[in-house]
Structures are given as C-alpha cells and as structure tokens.
Design a binder for this molecule. Structure first.
Ligand code: NAP
Length: 244
C-alpha cells in the first residue's frame, strides 16, 4: 500500500520536511506567508472549513498520515488536525518545538492574554512587540506615556505613538542590539516560539537587563506521535513510508 501524507506547514522546519516529500504528498499552507514554487510535492493553499472540512479532505484525498507542523501558537489548526485525523481513522503526528527556557539573568514575566499583557506593560514606556500583527488592532489604545515599536513580517503604517518595522528572521544579535539601542527599548514582548531564528532578541534583553513579557503557549491536543525536531520526524517518516 502506498502512503499519502498531508503536511500542515507554516514554520521553517515544515518547509524542510516538505522538500523531502515526493509528488504524491501534499504540503498545506494557510495562505498568509510565501508559497514556495520549487517543491516536488503538491502544494495546497487555504483553509479546509474547520475540523469537519479537514476530515472530509483527508478521506477524499486518501491521506494515510497527517502531520501537524504548524506554529506552536496556531492552536486552532492543531486542534482541527487532531480531531480530523481521529474522525478519518488515520494517525496524526506533530512537530512541536520545545519552548525557550529562562536562563540566569533573565527577567521573564508570563502573561495569559492581551488584557494581562496590557496590565504587565504599565510600568514601561518603550516596549518592543514581536507578536506578529495582533498589536496593530490596538494602536488607538496606546497610553500617552508609552511609545511602541512593533516588528511584524510586513511593514505598515503605525501612528504617532507606534513605529511598525517589517522584518523577517533569522535575526542577528548585532542587529538586535542596534534595534534595542536605537528605539531605547525598556521591555520586550514575545511569544515563546522556541525558534532559533528569533532567539537573539532574548540574549539582548538579558544583556541589557530588559524584562520580557511572554505570552503563554496555548495548550495543544494530544497526538499519536510528537517530535521535537525535523531530524527526528524525518527518521520516523522513512520508517513509515516503507511500512506495508
Ligand atoms: P490558527 O488560528 O490555528 O488557524 C486559523 C485557520 O487557518 C485554521 O482554522 C485553518 O482554516 C487555517 N490554517 C492554519 N494553518 C493552516 C495550514 N497549514 N493549512 C491550511 N489551512 C491552515 O493559525 P494562525 O495562528 O492564524 O496561523 C496561520 C498560519 O500561520 C499557520 O499555518 C501557522 O503555522 C502560521 N504561523 C503562525 C504564527 C503564529 O504566531 N500564530 C507564526 C508563524 C507562522 P480552516 O479552519 O478553514 O481549515
């Protein structure tokens, strides 16, 4: 029996896995970021219409293994993946990056949600937001004593209390140092993505004694197999594909 894999992507490691997949397999993207044009496997862009839509796709396309390699904060698609695979009677594997761990000298403060974040930000004046686009919805709520710097994948208009910088990782520590210096950052706001590409900002915060407000990771569903690196997943995949 030949296997057909549906790989849900959205992070760098997922693309590395997609590059190893043959033409019968499908790499699935939400359609927010760049869509690679040079893959051997098929590429599908856009949502499925929730867990039921995904389950229907799994059946129709004859998928025999679903791999969730989405971002650790993309909780909705991960929940959909686990329940759709169960409904379709196929295994669901997940690639889940380990969270960053605080080191000596770090001042990390975990917050549950946006309201908790705004409360924890009160003592500070010049936060650097590295949460993606979500803070853009709150530009009109910036207190008069604060000036925000917001880094997202694409630059866009800010306002008189916020500058928006467009930049894609990986980030180099010298550039992060320069950014903290230039913007006089007194607090960093981050998810705990666990990505090596965006880790230097944490080193700079530690060097400068700048506190970090960390948005708590969402709880993700239990899956059949969980991997912490793409190397582990690649090994498991080569065993899976030779299985009858
Ligand atoms: P989300 O809230 O978990 O998902 C929202 C909806 O987007 C899903 O219900 C699904 O639509 C669709 N979707 C998400 N990932 C998909 C995929 N790989 N293939 C097809 N449809 C997908 O996710 P999000 O936080 O908006 O993130 C969207 C995408 O960006 C994800 O693929 C994620 O890996 C990537 N990303 C997210 C972050 C982050 O911080 N959240 C950071 C970097 C990259 P339907 O219900 O219609 O199927």
């Amino acid at each position: 029996m030949s296997h057909r894999i549906l790989l849900l992507g959205g992070v760098t490691e997922a693309l590395a896995i997609a590059r190893q997949l043959g033409p019968e397999h499908v790499y699935s993207l939400a359609g927010i970021g760049r869509v690679p044009q040079d893959l051997t496997c098929q590429v599908r862009v856009g949502g499925y219409g929730g867990a039921e839509g995904l389950a229907a796709y799994l059946r129709e396309a004859g998928i025999s293994l679903l791999i969730d390699a989405t971002h650790p904060y993309a909780a909705q698609i991960s929940r959909n993946a686990a329940s759709a695979a169960q409904a379709a009677g196929i295994p669901c594997w997940a690639l889940r990056r380990p969270a960053w761990q605080a080191q000596p000298g770090d001042d990390w403060r975990e917050v549950d949600d946006w309201a908790g974040l705004i409360e924890a930000l009160k003592p500070f004046k010049r936060p650097l937001f590295t949460l993606g686009r979500e803070p853009l919805q709150h530009l009109e709520e910036i207190p008069p004593e604060q000036f925000w710097t917001l880094r997202a994948l694409e630059a866009c208009a800010g306002n008189e209390r916020c500058e928006v910088i467009g930049a894609r990782g990986p980030f180099q520590i010298e550039d992060e140092r320069a950014l903290f210096e230039r913007r006089r950052i007194d607090v960093l706001v981050s998810k705990n993505s666990g990505s090596v590409a965006t880790e230097p900002k944490l080193d700079v915060a530690r060097e400068r004694g700048v506190p970090v407000l960390i948005l708590k990771r969402p709880v993700l569903p239990v899956v059949d197999r969980e991997f912490t690196s793409s190397a582990q997943l690649t090994t498991a995949l080569s065993d899976f594909s030779v299985r009858p």
